[in-house]
Design a protein around this ligand. Sequence first.
Ligand code: GUN
Ligand code: ZN
Length: 446
Amino acid sequence: MPSETTIKSSSTPPNRLALRGDLLDFSAQPAWGVLDSPAVRFQPDHWLLIADGRIQGSQPAEPDESWHKVDHSGRLIMPGFVDTHVHCPQLDVIASYGTELLDWLNTYTFPAECRYADPAVAQAGAERFLDALLAHGTTAAVVFPTVHKVSAEALFAAAAERGMRLITGKVLMDRHAPAALLDDVASAERDCIDLIDRWHGQGPHGRLAYAVTPRFAPTSSAAQLAMAGALCRADASLYMQTHVAENRAEVRWVSDLFPQARSYLDVYDQLGLLHPRAVLAHGIWLDDEDRLALQRRGAQLAFCPSSNLFLGSGLFDWAAAAGTGVPVSVASDVGGGTSLSMQRNLLDAYKVQALAGQRLSAWAALHAATRGAAEGLGLTHELGHFGTNTLADVCVWDWACGPVAQARDAVAQNLHERVFAWMCLSDERNLVSSYVAGKISYHRKT
Ligand code: GUN
Ligand code: ZN
């Protein structure tokens, strides 16, 4: 966008930075449907103190002259959003017309991903993608690149340059895709081991992490899934990301391909892919036994509402997952999803729950996209809230842009009403600044 600039991490951050505004974060998970939850920490017109990239605390009084002060009074300041499932190369196919999942992959997605074999395309794509996340208020993400080793390397390198928390790994796929997107078990294992050695736990503050990334059961042989499971068993600090039970035709295909498995999820469970660092996207067509298996393994679901609606995949049952104790975060799943804006995805999440007779409060939604996501990823010591000593991944937002939102904001009677209207009516145009570990990484020009 011509009116926006992105500031690369080469700019030196002030050691002591104080941001003034209305601070909102969560001390715990707000209970479903509770609008005056004690887990909500709202500190109107406070200063958020950041030293050496870490949050030091907050106070109503203006700090002394040793602080570099930025006055955002009248604005909302929140922890940066965490997008737990998004595809870097799919910015090029966002908003593609007229297909469900399996046709969408073949028609749009696989051709776009083929281009990432070229290191120059992979590098430019990774930089454009991470800058776009930052310009939408997302400061940490769990990301799919492509099957090409170079696409994962490009993402790690670009995230290191920006100081971002990034979890990614080369996509595994050895069947049922164009030849240009296929690997094989032995070369994929070698590539994973090499990438793990070079990137896992590396980067500023050790913020890069490797995710073993089988795309989904249909594009990996049982041998490849078993190799992926063995990598996870060998190092419990590795993440795992994949897709599960998104679309009914996909579910039928998996039951044909893996007749011995009780369910789609069971394919992954039998091969050792479900564990506390596993992030499974979608999970629309799971049953109670699947949800119990996820809960027992400590694995989590990434609910991708704009993608599920756009691809006509189905309506995720958040209440059933939560009732079984399965952690749920919200994710954009771009390019199946239609926006990187977490507010837009949270609004779609609200609508999906409304169709099931459930009401998603702004607190439950915003918690899931910040502290809740961090908890699921085992990262609450680092991000997702304003607790002391966490890295300052922080975003500054306008409460309202344009006459409709401004009029609605002006008549809000209580805090939940105001924040809920903000969640429904705001998007990336409301974003003023993003900070990553206390360093400015995006600033709107006007
Ligand atoms: N299942 C397997 N690959 C994909 C993908 O790229 N996007 C979505 N939404 N589902 C998938
Ligand atoms: Zn996806």
